[in-house]
Design a protein around this ligand. Structure first.
Ligand code: XLS
Ligand code: NI
Ligand code: NI
Length: 448
């Protein structure tokens, strides 16, 4: 990876390459725990964590919220010029940021990278042009595309959904857009392509044919997959579950719901989950639960790394900060075999009132350190073996004898019930040891 990239203009002139300085450093612009080259188990930290930057939050958002105007005045957007020139400035700023921070990957929506034109053809032309420029910068810096996606929720035409829109024409326009976004992803060597169903859901069932909409969504995914494969796409498709917001109910509700959806429409071989911490919470789960569930179903893929707020019930998209959450998440990820095509994409935004240019760096540094701590703790959980060992022992009665027979399908229900009758009275009562296990986790965390 190039030390850092500076285009025609340096957008963060006061910030140099971010370095690892260790836990004793008080430099807000240094890593305290994320040491990219450090070996954790068999892999380097950077290869375990595969950090990616979300183009939309970091380079397109401007602090606007439903109650107020922009607060982040980015030099790359305020620089005068045509929309395409502005897109180029943004691209320069983004690659300067990726390389100064030392993030090896990024993710984008088509509309983040290139402005929408007057017609689908013009939009595609813009995207092709910007893809060419991004490809050059990827080559110059070594930064890679983790995944691409299409923004099928901002334009008013998608107000009733895109692939689940009640009007066929809108669905077809969405296909036109996704085709171009897939082409761009392939051109940039993207390792994945993501579908997040922003408005694929409903506001009220009074006006909705739920079955037809789901069928359309399933067919749309299958057609997009077939197209991408035909074009030579070797990466993974992700669905990113989220239960609501902006719709009242989103069809990609949570991991279990999406798993069934994928199976119903024959998508389970090509699709995996992109799990976002904040979305898990909105679905009434925690991050650990969603990761474990995906892993149990063989559908773990990638992660949108952020966090919600325990009090607020919306997608606050804050930067990861809870080391408990990241420790458990990394434990689930290690057990799932780690990332292959996926990674940790910071789908997180600095607060509206974080207006110093350095804040974008500080936020990501904090998120990266928080995940580095999580990785170290998860590695200790695995290495020390107390927690996984306890879990293994807890199920030991299924390892031999009738328990093993049951697992292998060697008992019918009458036989099983008969054993139950015989075993009654000789049952062991064993502790679940939750508090003990929580204390063990604490000892790893605090003993770092
Ligand atoms: C919104 C989603 C979105 C996806 C990409 O809540 O997290 O940002 O990650 O479309
Ligand atoms: Ni996301
Ligand atoms: Ni989100």
């Amino acid at each position: 990876m190039a030390d850092f990239y500076v285009g025609k203009k340096e957008y963060f002139p006061k910030i140099k390459k971010i370095k690892y300085e260790g836990p004793k450093s008080d430099n807000p612009l240094a890593f305290k725990y994320y040491d990219p080259e450090k070996l954790v188990g068999k892999k380097k930290m950077k290869d375990h964590l595969r950090f990616a930057i979300a183009y939309w939050h970091s380079f397109c958002a401007d602090g606007t919220d439903p109650f107020g105007q922009a607060t982040h005045v980015h030099p790359w957007t305020s620089d005068a010029g045509t929309p395409m020139e502005a897109a180029e400035h943004k691209l320069d700023a983004a690659f300067e940021f990726f390389t100064k921070l030392g993030a090896n990957f990024y993710c984008f929506h088509d509309r983040d990278l290139a402005p929408e034109g007057q017609t689908p053809a013009e939009s595609e032309k813009n995207l092709v042009e910007m893809t060419g420029k991004a490809k050059k910068l990827q080559k110059a810096t070594g930064v890679k595309l983790l995944w691409g996606t299409a923004n099928l929720f901002s334009n008013p035409r998608y107000m009733n959904g895109a692939a689940s829109n009640p009007e066929f024409g809108v669905l077809a326009v969405a296909a036109n857009q996704v085709k171009a976004a897939i082409d761009a992803t392939i051109e940039l060597g993207g390792q994945g392509y993501t579908f997040w169903g922003g408005r694929e859901g409903y506001m009220t069932l009074l006006n909705t044919d739920l079955k037809r909409e789901k069928d359309h969504l399933g067919r749309f995914f299958a057609l997009a997959r077939d197209y991408a494969r035909k074009q030579g796409f070797k990466g993974v498709f992700y669905v990113e579950p989220k239960p609501m917001e902006p719709t009242k109910h989103q069809y990609d509700y949570d991991v279990e719901t999406v798993a069934l959806f994928l199976k119903n429409y024959g998508l389970e071989k090509d699709f995996r989950m992109n799990i976002e911490s904040n979305h898990a919470e909105l679905a009434g789960h925690d991050f650990f639960h969603e990761l474990e569930t995906a892993s149990a179903l063989g559908l773990f893929g990638s992660v949108d790394a952020n966090r919600g707020d325990f009090i607020n019930g919306w997608d606050t998209d804050q930067f990861p900060w809870s080391v408990y959450e990241t420790a458990l998440a990394m434990y689930a990820i290690l057990r799932a075999g780690g990332f292959t095509t996926g990674g940790l994409n910071f789908d997180a935004k600095i607060r509206r009132n974080s207006v110093d240019p350095a804040d974008l760096f500080i936020a990501h540094i904090g998120g990266m350190d928080t995940f580095a701590i999580g990785l170290e703790v998860a590695n200790r959980i695995v290495k020390d073996g107390v927690i996984p060992g306890f879990v293994k022992k807890r199920y030991a009665s299924f390892n031999t004898g009738d328990g093993a027979k049951f697992e292998k399908g060697g008992l019918n229900f009458t036989e099983l019930a008969k054993i139950g009758g015989e075993k009654y009275g000789s049952l062991g009562i064993s502790s679940g040891k939750q508090e003990y296990l929580e204390n063990v986790l604490n000892s790893y965390l605090l003993g770092l």
